[in-house]
Design a protein. Structure first.
Length: 329
C-alpha cells in the first residue's frame, strides 16, 4: 500500500484552546470511553485534544512539548492506519502511513511511539507475540531509514543507542528462543550468543538468532530476561534481570526446568558485561539506577542494592520491600 503524507491544510482533528506551555506533570492519555486523546492537567482537570470517528492510540509529546504524535486507526475496512503529528493550537500538521523497508507492508498495529528528536519518531510495530519491529521514522516525509527486530526496545538517555532483546522465532520450544541483548545491532550478552551472532551493519536487522545446544539430553543455560532494560544515567551500561535454567527435552512443557538461578546483569555497547546472582526468584522485578554505578532491584518482597566496583558487580544488601509481609518467626 502506498504511503501518503498529507499537508497541514488537512481538516484538523484538534480542538483549539490556549495553552502556551505544558508542565511535565501533565499527561496525554487515551480515554477508554471515546478512544480520543485527552490532556490530563496537574490539577486533575482534563481537556480533549482530538475528535472524529477514528480511534486514537499511543500519544507522545515532542521533546519541546509543543507537538504530539499519535496513532489513528482507520474506521473503514479499506484503508490503513496512520501516524498523526499535530500541535496544541493549530491542529494537525501531517499524517502518514508507516511502511516497513523489509516488505513494503504498512504497520497496522502500533505498540508505542517515541519522539527521538524534533525530526524523528520511533515506532514499535507488533508482528506476533514473540517479537516486534521498531522503525525509525523521519519527519516530515514519513520515510523509514532504519528498523530493528526484537522486543523491549530502550533508547539510551541521549537517544543515540538502542538496546533491545533480540528476535526469536514464534511457537518454538525454550531451547530455540533464549533471550539475548542487542545494542545497536551488536549482540553483547550472553557470551555464547555474542559468539554465534555476527554484528549486522545493514540499515535493518536480519532475523538471526541462536539455539542452545543439547548435551546428554539437557539444554544448558537458557536465558530468560525477566525485567525491562534499564540504561545507566550516562548511557554507558544497560541493566537487566536474567533467569537462567537448564531444560530437559523428554518433558517439554511441564517440570522440564532444572538448575534455575537469577542474576542481575549489566552490559555495555562494547560487549563487556558483569553479573551478580540474586538470592531469590525475581520474576518481573523493577530495576532502577540510583547513581552512575549503583542500582536497586525490587521484587514484591525484597529490595536489594548493587554496586559496580573493583571490576565486578557486587550485592551490597537486601531489605524487605515496602508493604511486604514479614515471614512468621
Amino acid at each position: 500500500m502506498t504511503r501518503r503524507v498529507r499537508p497541514k491544510s488537512q481538516a484538523r482533528l484538534f480542538l483549539i484552546f490556549s495553552l502556551v506551555a505544558v508542565a511535565p506533570a501533565q499527561e496525554l492519555r487515551i480515554s477508554p470511553e471515546d478512544q480520543q486523546v485527552w490532556l490530563t492537567r496537574e490539577d486533575g482537570s482534563r481537556v480533549r485534544l482530538t475528535d472524529g470517528p477514528a480511534y486514537k492510540g499511543s500519544p507522545a509529546w515532542s521533546p519541546d512539548r509543543s507537538r504530539l504524535a499519535y496513532f489513528r486507526y482507520c474506521p473503514q475496512a479499506d484503508c490503513a492506519p496512520e501516524i498523526v503529528i499535530g500541535n496544541l493550537s493549530g491542529g494537525e500538521q501531517l499524517s502518514f502511513q508507516v511502511v516497513s523497508p523489509r516488505n513494503d507492508a504498512v504497520c497496522a498495529s502500533v505498540m508505542r511511539i517515541d519522539w527521538l528528536d524534533e525530526s524523528r519518531v520511533g515506532l514499535e510495530c507488533h508482528k506476533n507475540p514473540s517479537y516486534s519491529e521498531y522503525l525509525e521514522v523521519s519527519l516530515p516525509n514519513g520515510r523509514v531509514p532504519r528498523s530493528w527486530l526484537g522486543g523491549g526496545f530502550s533508547w539510551s538517555p541521549d537517544r543515540t543507542k538502542l538496546a533491545y532483546v533480540g528476535w526469536v522465532p514464534h511457537f518454538s520450544p525454550p531451547f530455540a528462543h533464549p533471550n539475548y541483548l542487542e545494542i545497536d545491532r551488536k549482540t553483547v550478552y550472553p557470551p555464547e550468543a555474542a559468539r554465534e551472532i555476527p554484528p549486522q551493519a545493514d540499515t535493518w536487522d536480519k532475523p538471526i538468532g541462536y539455539v542452545v545446544r543439547e548435551r546428554d539430553g539437557l539444554y544448558r543455560g537458557i536465558h530468560e530476561f525477566t525485567s525491562a532494560l534499564a540504561w545507566s544515567p550516562d548511557g554507558g551500561w544497560v541493566a537487566l534481570a536474567d533467569r537462567v535454567y537448564d531444560w530437559k527435552s523428554e518433558d517439554p512443557w511441564e517440570g522440564a526446568e532444572r538448575n534455575v538461578k537469577y542474576s542481575l546483569v549489566v552490559a555495555n555497547p562494547a560487549g563487556q558485561w558483569l553479573d551478580c546472582e540474586f538470592p531469590e526468584p525475581a520474576r518481573n522485578p523493577a530495576l532502577a539506577w540510583t547513581g552512575l554505578r549503583t542500582l536497586k532491584l525490587e521484587t514484591p518482597t525484597r529490595q536489594c542494592s548493587f554496586s559496580m566496583e573493583g571490576g565486578g558487580l557486587i550485592l551490597k544488601g537486601c531489605e524487605p520491600a515496602a508493604g511486604a509481609i514479614a515471614p512468621p518467626r
